[in-house]
Design a binder for this molecule. Structure first.
Ligand code: NAP
Length: 345
């Protein structure tokens, strides 16, 4: 049976293009939807989490993203309208409003009652709380897609994660370990203990000297089967990769860390260096850049790993709902170790 719902709700809207501190507006008069499109449910959001796409998309032009639009995508909460889906009212779930859907509809996760496709949700494992579950959806699926679907990771293989302390990186390390792979990564020296707590063997300090130089000097043997670059499309790391990536290995990248249009020259340079043909002296290794696609089976894979105790979703910090601007300051620092979670509880 559906629960009685209020008429209005609180939420954070993006009202114009720009950076978080200038474009976010707290509203307490947003209507609570009572009718939902087929295949969608209404979730009472208890926790929501930030991702880089959340602030990067704020500066996109309004012909690409709808405005006003509710901020962010990841969430955890309870089903309040099940709308003839596989869910029941009261189910505890986590997942996301995918970015492409949010751009079209204006829906998002930073509000008390969110419309979410049933495909974007799975039941929350009982061994984690809502705060821990909030940030699994986007970063977890990205790591899954990179290693399992693109990298075709197998037991016993070797993986290098560039950006081991990042959210995506921390999910990747744990997914790789659960698959029986050996994992090395890059991180700042002060994060060595953190990444090692997830089972990383060798950590390289990316501030010490160029990473490609460190990997060449380390004589990686056998070479890596997958390099997963989740902090940038790091051109020198790929250009030199024949020295530490197996001939049939793959360099997988989440893409260049471009915040706005000013990053375009860097992007073009990276594309030119990376995709220069092998026949003309290009890099003799495979390079795959991807945009993850949200799918229920990926969320379920992550939920199962959590239930089995093989995946501990990383939480960097927790903010109260009215403090969303402070949460954005934290993610914009670039130094978070895991997810930044906002509590609506
Ligand atoms: N293609 C896709 O579908 C997709 C999906 C999700 C995310 N992404 C992208 O993937 C990137 C990572 O996202 P995220 O949520 O994981 O970010 P995040 O958690 O905010 O990343 C911050 C972390 O990255 C580390 N870091 C930054 N630069 C580094 C470097 N050069 N080497 C090693 N570590 C570094 C920082 O460590 P220090 O404090 O030590 O610097 C910090 O711990 C973002 O650019 C995001 O837009 C793409």
């Amino acid at each position: 049976m559906d629960l009685p719902l209020p008429q209005f709700q609180k939420g954070w809207q993006i009202v114009k293009g720009g950076v978080p501190k200038d474009v976010l507006k707290f509203r307490d008069d947003l209507p609570v939807p009572s009718e939902l499109p087929k295949g969608h449910v209404l979730v009472k959001v208890l926790t929501a989490a930030l991702n880089p796409v959340g602030y990067k998309s704020m500066s996109l032009p309004s012909f690409v993203v709808k405005r006003p639009r509710i901020a962010e995508h990841d969430l955890a909460g309870e089903i309040v309208l099940a709308n003839d889906t596989e869910f029941n009212v009261g189910n505890e779930v986590f997942g996301l409003v995918p970015a492409e859907l949010s751009f079209k509809t204006g829906w998002g996760s930073m509000q008390e009652y969110a419309i979410v496709p049933a495909e974007g949700l799975v039941l929350k494992p009982s061994n984690i709380d809502f705060t821990t579950a909030a940030g699994i959806g986007l970063a977890g699926q990205t790591a899954y897609e990179a290693l399992i679907e693109i990298g075709k990771l197998e037991e016993g293989q070797r993986v290098f994660v560039n950006g081991g302390s990042s959210s995506v990186g921390t999910f990747a390390i744990q997914i790789a370990k659960a698959k029986g792979a050996r994992v090395d990564c890059s991180a700042s020296a002060n994060n060595f203990d953190y990444v090692k707590s997830f089972g990383v063997e060798q950590v390289f300090d990316y501030h010490a000297k160029p990473l490609e130089q460190q990997l060449i000097e380390a004589h990686i043997s056998p070479p890596y089967n997958i390099i997963f670059d989740c902090v940038d499309a790091t051109v020198p790391l790929f250009v030199n990769s024949a020295k530490y990536l197996a001939p049939n290995g793959v360099y997988v990248s989440t893409g260049p860390n471009v915040h706005d249009i000013s990053g375009l020259p860097k992007l073009l340079h990276a594309v030119f260096r990376i995709y220069w043909p092998r026949l003309l002296g290009g890099v003799p290794r495979s390079f795959k850049m991807f945009l993850f696609k949200s799918e229920k089976y990926k969320l379920q894979y992550l939920a199962d790993l959590v239930s089995e105790g093989k995946l501990k979703p990383p939480v960097d910090s927790v903010f109260a709902f009215p403090d969303l601007p402070k949460a954005y300051e934290r993610i914009l620092s670039g130094h978070a170790k895991g997810k930044i979670v906002v509590q609506l509880l």
